[in-house]
Write a protein that binds this ligand. Structure first.
Ligand code: KG4
Ligand code: ZN
Length: 402
């Protein structure tokens, strides 16, 4: 099955074309095309993602990104297509709220051959609704013109499924030099426990049956990525803050420093799998109030101790959930799972405490938002004939797993 997948839930416009074979026991994926445009720099000056700006950028970028993905997949062929007026009117109606998209879209589809694909997968949520709608409407218009079925994908399911690909720490070469990379998902022992950590989410979900989820724990206030971003802002570091905090913390660690500050580990010893990060963020704020001139070293120590606190809380709650669910496999997913310290700590703790259970951490290139993860999840959904009707397909900013 050849899947074209579209991701526009936040600030990445991404399209991937993936050839998928196999089933839940063993599946193989060949990445034929993978194009992604990050809006990070556009949003950096606002210190966060600005929804209406994200929507406009997606609308502007989708056609060029589609062309790039098709071209890489060798599926872009010029050909004049006659679009009947009835279809043209329907497409114009679908895209009426995306003025930047309508015209380039119709120009593109009237000049290129229908690509040889079997289904179109698109992120339906969670995420920023205006941004999600652009991707959804683009997918609906393509589905109508090309006569291909639609698959609605939950973004968080994309993180879970893509984290299952390949083994521990195997980093498949993806974009650029080797676009024909293979990914494999096999020998997955269920239940799978997923710790999903991103800018908008912090949750533990268990998958006892393929594609069926139950929530075990979640944040009661801020998401962990949000805490990284807010603390980074307090330290006058650029957005997104996660990689910046990590850079400072790693510098402190490689200098062999012990942080000169202690920060709280909120809810560390409570008997639930829920998290709280607001108190940790506030503790950094109060700490900063006691300082007038923060030295570079002090900044590093705050970042170092902040990461230690986050990693300890994340591990403690995950360990609790491992015990309660009897999960055989643990996966990390979401943008924060790119964090070097968290990856190291989880790898070490699993090896030491749970050597008989598997840990799957996504390749660094798959941790932040991309469309390959949507294609992978879309494949399993399509295998279950879980197709969406173009008319009923809706953006759901708060879509949940379990
Ligand atoms: O999954 P993602 O790309 O987008 C959302 O769905 O939110 O996650 C983005 C989040 C941001 O908060 C960013 O600061 C954080 O992931 N992040 C990191 C790192 N790289 C990205 N946090 C900690 N360490 C990193 N290396
Ligand atoms: Zn994400």
């Amino acid at each position: 099955m050849r899947i074209l997948a579209i991701e526009t839930s936040c600030d990445e416009t991404a399209i991937a074309i993936v050839e998928a074979t196999g089933d839940e026991k063993a599946a193989k994926f060949r990445v034929l095309g993978n194009a992604l445009l990050s809006q990070v720099e556009t949003h950096a000056k606002y210190g966060g993602v600005f929804p209406s700006l994200a929507k406009r950028e997606h609308a502007k970028n989708l056609v060029p990104i589609l062309e790039a993905a098709l071209e890489e997949a060798e599926l872009l062929h010029e050909d004049t297509q006659v679009i009947p007026d009835t279809i043209r009117n329907q497409v114009e109606k679908i895209l009426e709220r995306e003025p930047e998209l309508g015209e380039p879209f119709l120009d593109f589809v009237s000049e290129s051959e229908r690509p040889d694909i079997d289904a179109i997968a698109v992120t339906a949520g969670p995420g920023l609704e205006p941004a999600l709608w652009v991707g959804i409407n683009f997918a609906r218009a393509l589905s109508l013109l090309w006569g291909k079925p639609l698959v609605a994908v939950n973004h968080m399911e994309g993180h879970v499924i893509s984290a299952l690909a390949n083994g521990n720490h195997v980093a498949p070469p993806l974009a650029g030099s080797d676009a024909r990379a293979y990914l494999e998902i096999k020998n997955v022992e269920i239940p799978v426990l997923a710790l999903l950590i991103s800018g908008g989410h912090t949750e533990l979900v268990v998958m006892r049956k393929w594609l069926s989820y139950e929530r075990v724990g979640q944040t009661r206030d801020d998401a962990v990525g949000e805490a990284f971003d807010k603390v980074a802002r307090m330290l006058a570091l650029p957005y997104p803050g996660g990689p910046e905090i990590s850079r400072l913390a790693e510098a402190s660690r490689s200098a062999g420093d012990t942080p000169s500050f202690t920060l709280p580990r909120p809810m560390m010893h409570s008997d639930v799998c829920d998290f709280s990060f607001a108190g940790l963020k506030t503790a950094v704020l109060y700490l900063l109030k006691t300082k007038t001139d923060l030295t570079a070293k002090e900044k590093q120590h705050i970042a170092h101790e902040f990461e230690n606190a986050v990693a300890e809380v994340l591990w403690r709650k995950t360990e609790l959930a491992l015990g309660r669910t009897g999960a055989r496999t643990l996966v990390l997913g979401g943008g924060v799972s790119a964090n070097a310290h968290i990856r190291r700590e989880f790898a070490r703790n699993m090896r030491r405490e749970y050597p008989d259970r598997a840990l799957r951490i996504p390749a660094a290139s798959l941790t932040t938002d991309n469309a390959i993860m949507i294609a992978l999840a879309g494949f399993y959904r399509a295998r279950q004939n879980d197709f969406a009707s173009a008319d009923a397909l809706q953006a759901d900013g708060n879509a949940r797993l379990g």
